[in-house]
Design a protein around this ligand. Structure first.
Ligand code: APR
Length: 409
């Protein structure tokens, strides 16, 4: 791409767009692999560091970081004890969601803690991370040396030529938007369910808790020693203003079947629709889409961030193999390999979403699907095989992934 007047021309191997879990993991793994990269993040470091979203790093992802020698540097929070509580009409059922081995287990690590630690480690390792990079644009993605342009906070225009672009800029980023229309297929699904999500300085539960009740679904997850995230099923077009604190705590106490539930100051409150989105393929020329830039999954099952971590691991290994061994096998298989896991986790999240919602307030689903959902719960609580399959899906471990996640890089 011809240089523009007055812009600073630079060159690197990979330009990573976005410094969320996907981008920072790609960057740390590439640096670990001796591959040169530059990360461009449009927000400030402070903004990115405080963005609270996901809360669990699944067993597979913990072992992935461990296989790169990074687990003890980038993971925070506390180990998950492998127990998930389902509370159905106030009755507790404890389901084991670990893999029963002595290997590293899932970590209850808030997303912002992971992002902060990945940032610190990357910078300490000499990584090139540029915050407040404005007006990022992608050029010549279908050629061997794409160019990424942006404007630095001091107004300087930069042009970075590279071999690959890692599009880690989330659902509303510039990466996927730079792909010509028609090159990708978007698969979408809307569950027709809304969730009010609440963050509060209130005691976390002993175990992550999913509650099924005739009044609707509710959940209570830990987000640190004195912080909790709650979810309450609501109409998809509902508004946070319709949920004052008293209504939130009353609904939680009713649906969780816990009249003595401790409350606390609510620090965040928003409503979103449960929906899914998958773009196929996850690549265009030298652009590789990673994490939310490629796919969105409903929070049921905690797979959003973990899919981003999976994609990042697959891409980093593929780029490393190409750069050091001129082996493009991983690059050619990237999209197929990631989409296999994406659809697996989409199916799991869909199954769990339908089960815990239809088994409760079956107004929308109808009594027949309500009975099917109750039967799925009954099977989960009574069949060892069903519980084993559930645990495998929660850990993210499966024959294919085990071979990737545990293999030394
Ligand atoms: N230029 C540079 N950076 C951008 C641009 C852009 N045009 N657009 C977005 N970004 C940045 C955002 O500011 C954000 O920091 O890209 C990053 C994308 O991060 P995430 O949205 O967190 O996506 P990802 O890294 O894939 O992680 C997925 O994050 O949103 C949660 O629930 C989601 O847990 C999941 C995880």
């Amino acid at each position: 791409m011809a240089e523009n007047e007055g812009e600073l021309a630079e060159s690197t191997t990979v330009v990573v767009i976005g410094a969320g879990p996907a981008g920072l993991t790609v960057a740390n793994l590439l640096r670990r692999s001796g591959v040169d990269c530059v990360v461009l993040e449009r927000r400030s470091r402070e903004h990115v560091a405080q963005r609270q979203r996901a809360g669990i790093v699944e067993t597979r992802a913990v072992r992935m970081f461990d296989s790169w020698g990074l687990a003890d540097r980038v993971l925070g929070g506390v180990p998950h004890d492998g127990i998930l509580e389902f509370r159905v009409d106030g009755e507790s059922h404890f389901v084991f969601d670990g893999d029963g081995s002595d290997g590293p287990a899932a970590q209850l690590c808030p997303q912002q803690v992971l992002v902060q630690k990945l940032t610190v480690h990357y910078l300490a390792d000499g990584g090139d991370l540029r915050f407040e990079a404005a007006d990022v644009s992608l050029h010549d993605l279908s050629r061997e040396r794409p160019t990424v342009r942006y404007r630095a906070p001091d107004g300087t225009l930069h042009a970075l030529t590279c071999a690959f672009v890692a599009g880690c800029d989330g659902e509303h980023g510039i990466s996927r938007a730079s792909v010509p229309a028609g090159a990708l297929t978007a698969h979408t699904f809307d569950q027709g369910i809304g969730w009010l999500t609440v963050l509060a300085d209130a005691p976390p539960p002993a175990h992550p808790l999913l509650a099924v009740s005739p009044q609707g679904f509710a959940a209570h997850f830990p987000r640190g020693p004195r912080s909790s995230r709650y979810y309450l099923q609501c109409p998809p077009d509902d508004h946070p203003d319709a949920w004052p604190d008293t209504r939130v705590w009353d609904a939680l106490r009713t649906r969780l079947g816990d009249p003595a539930l401790a409350s606390g100051p609510i620090t965040d409150r928003e409503i979103f629709r449960l929906r899914s989105l998958v773009h196929d393929p996850m690549q265009y020329g030298r652009l590789f889409l990673v994490g939310d830039a490629a796919h969105i999954v409903s929070p049921m099952g905690g797979k959003g961030m973990n899919l981003a971590l999976y994609d990042a691991d697959v891409l980093a290994r593929a780029v490393r193999d190409f750069v050091h061994d001129h082996d493009d096998t991983g690059l050619r298989a990237y999209s197929r390999r990631c989409l296999r896991r994406v659809w697996n986790d989409q199916e799991f999240s869909h199954w769990l979403t339908r089960t815990v919602h239809d088994a409760g307030d079956d107004t929308d689903a109808g009594p027949f699907l309500g009975h099917l959902a109750r039967a799925r719960l009954d099977r989960l609580f009574s069949s060892q095989a069903a519980a084993g399959a559930f645990a495998e899906l929660m850990t993210g471990l499966d024959p294919e992934t085990n071979s990737v996640g545990s293999r030394k890089p």
